[in-house]
Design a protein around this ligand. Sequence first.
Ligand code: FAD
Length: 546
Amino acid sequence: MERTHEVFNQPLPLFGNNLFSGNQALRDALRFNAPALPTDELHRLGEQVGTADIQTHARLANVHTPRLLTHDRFGHRVDQVEFHPSYHALLDLAVSSGLHGAPWAEGAHAHVRRAAGFMLFTELEPSTLCPISMSYAVTPALQGNAALAAEWGPKLTQRSYDPRFAPASQKAGVTMGMGMTEKQGGSDVRANTTQAHFDGRDAWGERYALVGHKWFFSAPMCDAFLVLAQAPAGLSCFFLPRWLPDGKVNAIHIQRLKDKLGNKANASSEIEFHGAQAWLVGEEGRGVPQILEMGTMTRLDCALGSSGLMRQALSLALNHTAQRQAFGKALIAQPLMRNVLADLALESEAATALSLRLARAFDKPGDAHESLMARLLTPVAKYWVCKRGSHFAQEAMECLGGNGYVEENGEGVMARIYREMPLNSIWEGAGNIMALDLLRALRKGGAIADALMAELAPVRGAHAAFDRFVDSLPQRVDDANAETDARRLAQDVALAVQAALLRQHAPDFVFDAFCRSRLGGDWGQAFGTLGAGTDFDSIIARAMPQ
Ligand SMILES: Cc1cc2nc3c(=O)[nH]c(=O)nc-3n(C[C@H](O)[C@H](O)[C@H](O)COP(=O)(O)OP(=O)(O)OC[C@H]3O[C@@H](n4cnc5c(N)ncnc54)[C@H](O)[C@@H]3O)c2cc1C
């Protein structure tokens, strides 16, 4: 047989590098937000998530997707989801790394530590982080029922993953999910029709029987959930366990698993409540603010997740273009490709900076400025970082040419990133809902606007474009009434805060390029349109995954 050709000029995949030590932008942001934080654990995790073995688990968990088992062979309902062993290996790593509820039991900088770990894990596999994120987020909302918080709170912080479908009393560690969205309304949960009928009192407080459905109900194999349902006094928040205290399985029927664009390793289900028992959390009729305490934390995770995916996509693009030759040079040496890569690097670093800054706000719950920043930056970061994600993923994919678009049995990680990206923008409050939430926060009075200006103050005078941009903000914040302008305002608050952070923990060449492009208008409408005076070499060298 004649040989038709040799395979050459095909880059080697990116395996075996430490995702933490190779991420200069993350390490600098971490030093700024948590100077005293020991980083040994993050170094360890960075190494673990970079290995070929664990990345094979990520591939397998996405190729062998979850399977719903509704009944056993005798016709009894079982309502379970079967996962590939690789899914459990990933969950085990995430829980043992303390990415779920662990920070609630830890000391200083626990939320920033966990946020950095969450970003690193996202580079391994984002969809398994859905139950991890919900298990992290639930603790503040669960405080609305002291008995449940006392019994379940400590188990949520345990670094112990137990995948068995078994009562929580038999487990050292548990996971939790949330159910708000129904067919007729997700953003507007006031439209929920699930009914809660009072059913008595016991050690967990006021017990209700739920009748109704949820249209999106992710990670249904969690041990318990917070859900919304209509009680006599209005929409209320309930704790819904899979197993009841008497050892019986709760009446939650899993109807179907969603056939999704991405997020393949995670099971997202449709369910019905057939008189399922649930316990009131918080006051009857105050369900929305109660469950939004959970929503605030999952929104942080959406921003962290998109930042992690951006970093991963950038690393893959840098790895590929450094090895691939075209027109006589490595792609990374071609001037126009350098513009694309540098522009992506700026966006990725700015996303990391904003998301980690938001995480810092949760490390100081009693601090007035930090509480205001948590309120302001949660919708801003969730809106802007997630909104940029899909565009970013498309450009990073294009750097790999045709290979970027190919999955090949799950090996094409860029395609997985691209399919995952829109999700962080949609769930936990889609883009418009976040922009409107920012307006709601600003309308509450001057304190938040003052906090924003205080946050930006240390950087005044550092760059003419920054000053001009920030000068216009107070008036726009004061006029923050027009819903039609809400997206623009969310975008501009995000850009101003990102610039201020880059000034404080990134080199000048990053800050300058960011201000000139994003704030000063020396930029196009696609990535790769930075001005000619940009220090491309330094920006790309900083972003290289070492
Ligand atoms: C994979 C996946 C998993 C999910 N898992 C869960 C889960 O575990 N638990 C759960 O409760 N939910 C879950 N969801 C649901 C998700 O949170 C909702 O889809 C989301 O909140 C949007 O609600 P909706 O689909 O009903 O869209 P709608 O509420 O109909 O919104 C549609 C669009 O209209 C916009 N919009 C709404 N109101 C306004 C307004 N006043 N002004 C301007 N624009 C507006 C929204 O921004 C959105 O873009 C999941 C979704 C997905 C895709």
